[in-house]
Design a protein around this ligand. Structure first.
Ligand code: SF4
Ligand code: SF4
Length: 311
């Protein structure tokens, strides 16, 4: 199977992935942070994160013997405008589920032809897969203190995908933690959401509240610290020295920002209609944030921005 690994990795790169590695499906030890995070209630109401399959991949694919982990760099050098609402980089271009899904489907089809006895199932943030732990186990990068996967080549601007396979592939060595004594992300987080290194409390995180929180109003403590973020938050990644030194522009056209996502206006988002939402966020990962939630976020962020500007 060792020769097959080289062939599989070459094929992963040929279909367009930037990084590939193999992990063992025995994720028990690698999900320590996840279990602690769940125990402390830091998952907020994201109940799907507690799905026991996430810690036992044999419940996802019986007979699984290895996980092929892949990553795509999505960084583009564009910057936010100083007085506009801010959308996280992950949502600027085409929906990553589609971009990675297309490549994973190609790779999965090739695996099925090349190894007809194998069973293969792919995921891109779409199932109970501990994808960050697997990425570190496969050597793609390490889980940083800000809880993102950071690579030496691209920083943390990576989308992750996985193929669970019944092929007995030998795993790569896990990536070492390279955060060292750095604490920049903990200091920069405006809400103190990085409760302790490697553990982000979703109850305090702008990314959780702007994307996943379905309440009609955001908590006052969050609103006061929105710093113009209306969809996600990149602060703990923007300050990371690995991103500042090693981020490199992606060549993937699908990840080039749509102008309306890069420089939206408060006026347009605060009054966003269903029809405008349908049009602006077609084929976008931001469709997870429904129009009423985007209006809620934009109105809250605008108020907070105005109050801070006035004081
Ligand atoms: S995404 Fe924003 S709010 Fe959440 S931990 Fe990072 S800096 Fe803090
Ligand atoms: S800012 Fe520093 S501590 Fe935080 S993830 Fe990056 S290297 Fe690690």
């Amino acid at each position: 199977m060792v020769d097959s690994v080289a062939e599989i990795k070459a094929q992963a790169l040929a279909v367009g992935f930037h990084k590939v590695g193999i992990a063992t499906p025995a994720v028990g030890l690698a999900t320590t942070h996840l279990r602690r995070w769940l125990r402390l209630g830091y998952a907020a109401d994201m109940v799907w994160m507690a799905n026991p399959k996430r810690q036992d991949l044999t419940q996802v694919l019986p007979g699984v013997q290895a996980v092929i982990c892949v990553a795509l760099n999505y960084y583009t050098p564009h910057q936010h405008a100083p007085d506009r609402p801010r959308i996280s980089r992950y949502g600027w271009g085409r929906d990553y589920h589609r971009v990675l899904g297309k490549r994973l489907k190609q790779l999965g089809a090739w695996l099925g032809q090349r190894f007809p006895d194998s069973q293969n199932r792919y995921y891109v943030d779409t199932g109970p897969i501990p994808e960050k732990a697997l990425a570190q186990m496969a050597g793609l990068g390490w889980i940083g203190k800000n809880s993102t996967v950071i690579s030496r080549e691209y920083g943390s601007w990576l989308f992750l995908g996985e193929i669970l396979t019944t092929l007995p592939l030998p795993p790569d060595p896990p990536h070492l933690d390279r955060c060292g004594t750095c604490t920049r992300c903990l200091e920069a987080c405006p809400t103190g959401a990085i409760a302790t290194p490697y553990v982000v409390d979703a109850n305090r995180c702008l990314a959780y509240h702007t994307i996943e929180n379905r309440a009609s109003a955001l908590p006052p403590a969050i609103v006061g610290s929105m710093e113009r973020w209306v969809a996600g938050c990149d602060i703990c990644q923007d300050v990371c020295p690995w991103n500042q030194r090693f981020a490199q522009p992606t060549e993937i056209p699908d990840f080039q920002p749509y102008p309306a996502n890069l420089h939206p206006t408060f006026a347009s988002l605060c009054a966003l209609s269903e029809a405008e939402w349908q049009q602006q966020f077609q084929g976008s990962a931001l469709r997870r944030i429904k129009p009423e939630a985007l209006r809620r976020n934009a109105i809250a962020a605008f108020r907070s921005f105005r109050e801070r500007s006035d004081s």
